[in-house]
Write a protein that binds this ligand. Structure first.
Ligand SMILES: [Zn+2]
Ligand SMILES: [Zn+2]
Length: 251
């Protein structure tokens, strides 16, 4: 049983992939009994959560625990998520997180493979590999996100979107001071069951941003919900050239 790895974000459909493994899911509580809660996953499937919740539970809870069967989770961590929650969005994120789950670890391997094989396998490579945009921690240079991890948002109308007292009187459209990404493995603090917390770099432990499952407002005024925000001032955007030395370190 693999219980050491970070919990996988799941909905009802994804749960069966992780039997015996650690998962986290948001559940809409239908009925709570002693020792178990019956609820609905974000994709509307019935889930039984075993364990001992601390009442009172809100309508939406997040549980972290072991997937016992395709519709049962034995929960270790219970977090109240309030009575309203953007189920749709979380469900999309579950799917995204699972598609991209291995990206951060695979990325490193791909880079190494490409570097060692670049001469011998030239003919097998795509004709003109598109440079990949990646984001590195400014301090320790570790890659913290790639282009595909970005969750785009429509730029908001700047000042107009903020409460009066937060406005500076500058009516121009404000640039986004952050990028928003999907939840990723390296984000230690999101595995602690909190609704919002700082995002710390897995390399140097420096603060890179903030996350909030209930959403955050970008400097452009747009709301991103849920939000995994990386501050542009803490990261560097760079493009990987096919032959550049990416200088990836391990650990
Ligand atoms: Zn923005
Ligand atoms: Zn760092």
């Amino acid at each position: 049983m693999d219980t050491s790895s970070p919990a996988a974000f799941v909905n009802g459909a994804l749960l069966r992939r992780y039997i015996g493994q650690k998962v986290r899911a948001v559940i809409q509580v239908i009925r709570s009994d002693i020792g178990s809660v019956i609820g609905k996953s974000t994709d509307d499937q019935q889930i039984v959560v075993k364990g001992s919740p601390n009442p009172p539970l809100t309508t939406y809870i997040e549980v972290i625990g072991i997937a016992e069967t395709e519709n049962t989770i034995r929960a270790e961590v219970w977090t109240n998520f309030g009575d309203s929650f953007d189920v749709q969005n979380y469900n999309e994120l579950c799917k995204l997180a699972n598609d991209r789950r291995e990206v951060m670890t695979e990325l490193q391997m791909e880079v190494e493979v490409e570097e060692t094989n670049s001469s011998s396998q030239e003919s097998l490579l795509k004709p003109t590999p598109k440079p990949q945009v990646m984001y590195r921690c400014k301090k320790c240079r570790r890659i913290v996100a790639i282009e595909e991890n970005i969750v785009p948002h429509e730029p908001g109308k700047g000042e107009e979107c903020f409460a009066w007292k937060k406005r500076s009187g500058n009516s121009e459209q404000v640039q986004c001071s952050s990028i928003f990404v999907e939840p990723m493995k390296w984000m230690q603090t999101i595995h602690d069951g909190l609704v919002e917390e700082k995002l710390l770099c897995f390399g140097c432990n420096g603060r890179l941003g903030y996350f909030n499952w209930a959403g955050m407002q970008c400097s452009c005024g747009a709301w991103v919900n849920p939000a995994f925000q990386l501050n542009k001032s803490r990261i560097d955007e760079c493009k990987s050239e096919p032959n550049s030395n990416l200088n990836m370190e391990t650990g």
